[in-house]
Structure formats: structure tokens, C-alpha cells
Ligand binder design. Structure first.
Ligand code: F6R
Length: 365
């Protein structure tokens, strides 16, 4: 049931504050301000030398964001690969290590094959899945559920932000277990997470601005998305969303890679979407934006209040998100990139819930 929405995708984007809140309530104790995992882990994070993550598509990009979190908060070296590569590359895995999988459906053929490979290599397997009855849920040593509810739209939206919620909770738990995160740090991060649903609701208020902007975007042949840190995987997610439902060619790049190639593409016809919350690498991204502006590129900046103030440069549009703790910024900035893809595709008359050539669950490789 689409409720009052035109498409499942719109409904699912708007549901995010609620389902992220529900997922959060499962992993976090609001009164002690600590992560309390609802699952029994058959390993101790403090014994891990390495973590390997594999997944496909949007779930892979959630994993890539989690790499930054696990490395920063828990100081665990993380290896991440798309599952279609991981399953065949015969990566050497030390028995007793942890392999983590992320999947909405729990049925994706390549991710499932990677899980089976990890099992055969005597890894502990931890799967973040949305469908509790799925094959991956059954075959993993432990399941960390996302509580996004049924996701109907082929383009993943609410499952993605719920995956991020679970992955950040796990990274915090790992940081505590490994002694890399103090009790005060944990409280600060947990409170940042608790604030997310409200901030997502706030972020939704930019929808009208984004809808107007999407008319411009619909004229583009190519769109470039840039970001640094956790905004880099989010830039790739923005590009993936746009291309899969609007069929506009889009690429996501680490902003620092701009001058190593993609800058050659920039001209007056090319929108460049920059995701840059005000954080420790903000200034670096601003220099990249100046390089884009100097070549006539049309910038759409997704930032927060402080970033909008400090950027002081000509943009085609600036989408101002609420100011949030930098660690949770990808959860909030997911909202405008989803809305931008959605409205662009709707404006172009595309079938956003059933894009051509795509299936909700890819059970063949
Ligand atoms: C993109 C999208 C796909 C899926 C991918 C993995 O919007 O939905 O890229 O994320 O096919 O699917 P799951 O998460 O079911 O393993």
C-alpha cells in the first residue's frame, strides 16, 4: 500500500525517520546512552585482527561507509569488496576472523556465495539483513537485523539508512570492546544517533527546493557527484540512485580524485553535486569546488548551515541540511540525494518503482 504517495519509493524515503528510529531502539539503550546489541556474538571484537565486508550495490556502499566507522572508532583494519569479486578472488582469510555481509533481501546470489566462501574458510559470519527469513539470515553465524520493513521500490532507500544505523551501532560496540572508544565518546556518538530521526524529518523539509531543482537536473546528460570521507561512498550512492531510476549517466568520485581525470569532463552543461558537511575535511572539498567553478561547472552543494556560510562560492543551488554530528552525516545527507534522484526521474516520466532492466532481488549472478 502506497498510502498517500504516488510511488513506493516516495513512501519509503519518507518512512526513514520512523524505521531508522525503530532500528535504533533495537540497538541502543536510550537511558544509559549506550549501544546494547540485541544479539549474542560468537566472537569478541577485541580479538579481531581484521574485518572483511562484502555486499552488492547500495548495500556495498553502506559497507564502504562502515569501513570508515570501524577503522576510526574501533581501529580494526577493514577490507571491503563487491561480493561478485570477493567470491572468486579467493582472498586469504585467517580462521576465526570476522566476515560481514550487508543485504536488504538476504538472497543476492553473489553476496550469498561470498558468505558461503567465508564459512568454508572458517570465518565468523555476521549478516546485516532486512528479511529475517532469508537464506543469508539462515546461513550466517549471527544476524544483525535492520527493521526497515518491506521495501518495495527497486531502488533501495530506507533499507540503506537502516543498514547504516546498524553498522554504526556495531562499530560503536566494537570500539568499546577494543578500548578505542571511551564511555564519554560512546555517549556522544549514541546521542548523535538518537538525534538522527528528528534530523531526517528536518531534512525532508528541503523536498520542495529539491523538486524544483530536479527540473534542471533532468536536462543533464551526465552528472558528477563528489565527496570526501564518508561523503565519498554517499556520492557513489547518489550517482547509483540517479542512474538507475532516471537513466541519466552519473558517476560518484572521491573529491580528491577530481584532478586525476574527471575534471576533464567539466563544462557549463555538467551539474556537479558536491556533498560536503562542515567537518575536518570541508576546506579540501571547497578547493575542489573552486576548481569546478573555475571551469564553468554548475555546482549543487549539499552541506549544513556552517558549510553554507563558509563555502562562499557561486553555486547553482545550495541545499542546507541541519547541522549534525559529522559521524552521522551520511544518514542525513542520504535524504537529499534520494529525493533528487526521485524527483528527477518522476519529472522525466520514468517508472521509479520498476526501473527498466532491474530486479528487486538479484538471485542469479
Ligand atoms: C540500488 C539497489 C541495488 C541493491 C543490490 C543489493 O538501489 O537496490 O544496488 O542494493 O542489488 O541487494 P541486496 O541488498 O538485497 O543484497
Amino acid at each position: 500500500d502506497k498510502g498517500n504517495y504516488r510511488h513506493f519509493m516516495a513512501k519509503e524515503i519518507h518512512e526513514q525517520a520512523e524505521v531508522v528510529g525503530r532500528t535504533l531502539a533495537h540497538y541502543v539503550n536510550f537511558s544509559s546512552e549506550r549501544v546494547e546489541l540485541p544479539i549474542e556474538l560468537p566472537f569478541d571484537f577485541k580479538d579481531l585482527k581484521r574485518l572483511s565486508i562484502s555486499a552488492c550495490g547500495t548495500a556495498y556502499l553502506a559497507g564502504l561507509i562502515a569501513k570508515y566507522w570501524f577503522e576510526r572508532l574501533a581501529r580494526i583494519p577493514v577490507e571491503i569488496d563487491v561480493a561478485s569479486e570477493f567470491r572468486y578472488r579467493e582472498a586469504p582469510l585467517e580462521p576465526g576472523s570476522l566476515a560481514l555481509f550487508v543485504s536488504q533481501s538476504g538472497e543476492t546470489a553473489d553476496t550469498l556465495a561470498s558468505l558461503r566462501y567465508a564459512t568454508s574458510e572458517k570465518q565468523h559470519t555476521l549478516s546485516v539483513v532486512n528479511v529475517p527469513t532469508s537464506t543469508m539470515a539462515r546461513e550466517s553465524s549471527v544476524v544483525a537485523p535492520t527493521l526497515a520493513g518491506v521495501e518495495v521500490g527497486v531502488a533501495s532507500t530506507k533499507a540503506f539508512t537502516c543498514q547504516l544505523t546498524v553498522l554504526l551501532s556495531l562499530a560503536i560496540a566494537a570500539g568499546r570492546a577494543r578500548g578505542t572508544l571511551s564511555a564519554d565518546d560512546e555517549k556522544e556518538l549514541v546521542n548523535a544517533l538518537i538525534a538522527v530521526p528528528g534530523q531526517m524529518t528536518e531534512a525532508m523539509k528541503r523536498e520542495h527546493q529539491i523538486e524544483v531543482l530536479s527540473r534542471e537536473l533532468s536536462k543533464a546528460k551526465d552528472v558528477l557527484y563528489l565527496g570526501r570521507g564518508t561523503s565519498y561512498p554517499l556520492a557513489m550512492e547518489g550517482a547509483l540512485k540517479l542512474k538507475e531510476i532516471s537513466y541519466i549517466h552519473a558517476e560518484g568520485y572521491a573529491a580528491g580524485e577530481l584532478k586525476h581525470g574527471p575534471i576533464a569532463l567539466i563544462d557549463e552543461t555538467m551539474p556537479v553535486i558536491v556533498i560536503a558537511p562542515y567537518d575536518n575535511i570541508f576546506e579540501k572539498t571547497v578547493s575542489n569546488m573552486q576548481e569546478v567553478a573555475a571551469r564553468g561547472g554548475r555546482i549543487i552543494l549539499i552541506t549544513d548551515e556552517r558549510g553554507a556560510l563558509e563555502a562562499s562560492l557561486d553555486t547553482m543551488a545550495t541545499i542546507v541540511m541541519p547541522s549534525v554530528h559529522p559521524i552521522v552525516a551520511p544518514l542525513i545527507n542520504a535524504v537529499p540525494i534520494q529525493l533528487l534522484a526521485y524527483h528527477t526521474a518522476v519529472f522525466m516520466g520514468k517508472d521509479v518503482d520498476q526501473p527498466r532492466n532491474l530486479a528487486k532481488s538479484v538471485t542469479v549472478e
